[in-house]
Design a protein around this ligand. Sequence first.
Ligand code: GDD
Ligand code: MN
Length: 407
Amino acid sequence: MSALEPTEVDRPHSPVSEGAGHESDIERAYRRPVFDRRTAVRPTLSLVIPTYNEVENLPILIGRLADILSMIDYELIVVDDDSPDRSWELAEAMSVENKRIRSIRRIGERGLSSAVMAGVASADGDVVAVIDADLQHDPSILPEMITPILAGRADVVVASREVDGGSYGDFAASRRTLSVAGASLARALTGTPVSDPMSGFFALSREHMERVAPKVNPRGFKILLEFLARGEQPRVAEIGYEFGQRQHGETKLTTSVAFSYLVSLIGLVTGRMLSATMTAYLLVGLFGVLVQFAVLGAAASLGLAQAALIGFEASVLSNYVMNNRFTFTHERRRGRRFLAGLLPFHIVAAHGMVVQIGLVALATGEGPGVGSGPIGYRLLGIALATAGNFALNRNLTWRPRTGIVTL
Ligand code: GDD
Ligand code: MN
């Protein structure tokens, strides 16, 4: 018997199975054959497949895996975030037919990294790997990927588009640029030597996975980077593959996913000194400063006071739009509420200006003036105004629906 052939585990003491006339759904769920962790040998490979709206791709991938992995003892763990196209239902149905498949349906949670971590946490295999469901990752290299780990030569194997035998295929130029830029930034900030740290296709030894998993920050799209850069210095091997075309459905990588990648990269470097929301707020603010100077320069011919005012307004608008989209995603304002939010946001921005100018005026005893005063006081003014504005925006402009005031 193969190690993964699940044993039918009887649960005679389970309360729901007592004295039942005919079987309820819950009873059936309890009776479902499970991998018996007390007696069985580990499967060689646990393959985690995150899905969101992949109802057409999933059965094709699983069919191909059955051929490719026929010589390997494996389990498939499909993690779906309650997809509107009911991918989870399909995964559940397949898991009843095929004992190698397990299905996790998360309700009330979204996100590729956290879905992958849910699958990884429940994996039983000696090797734990992750693959996209949309066939862009070529499953035929999986046996080659797990070999160095089983042989004890590597802790992490990355399927790479950047090494020999690897390519981006027909990946749109814009996406490719984004991926390459993200990878360079990751290499520069974390020092990881991996050629394709943005890859969502990789394998981990069970030991490495168990060492690093508790340290992982499960946000965004960059879960591999967490396993590379959380301070455990893994031995890494890379294997080239050609990035395929998505056959059905569409990508879930949006600009806000890209932005949260940046935020989590900063978290990786700073060791999470700042909350993710605060980091996003600061990034947006920094961008706002650039906008302010660019517009001020462009409008200089109108006279200094006018140009300063227009530059200030441009940065306020840019900050509002970006914070609404990226920083306060859960409290995002739309439609008429979006327009209505401009008022409290402007009041808060004006407050910040008053704090900055007022602090310098108080400290120097001179009259108020924009952009004047000793640099130390000005920086202190900026820091105080930013912290104050953040707290005010959190509680006024994007008040959490619970009505609880947060700082
Ligand atoms: N459970 C769950 N929840 N799965 C998700 C979610 C989510 O919120 N978002 C995406 N997925 C699944 C998709 O269904 C797919 O199987 C896989 O994660 C990748 O999502 P895509 O939307 O196809 O991503 P992509 O092709 O744009 O991104 C590719 O490139 C990135 C870097 O260039 C992937 O290979 C990523 O893994 C990679 O990081
Ligand atoms: Mn994809």
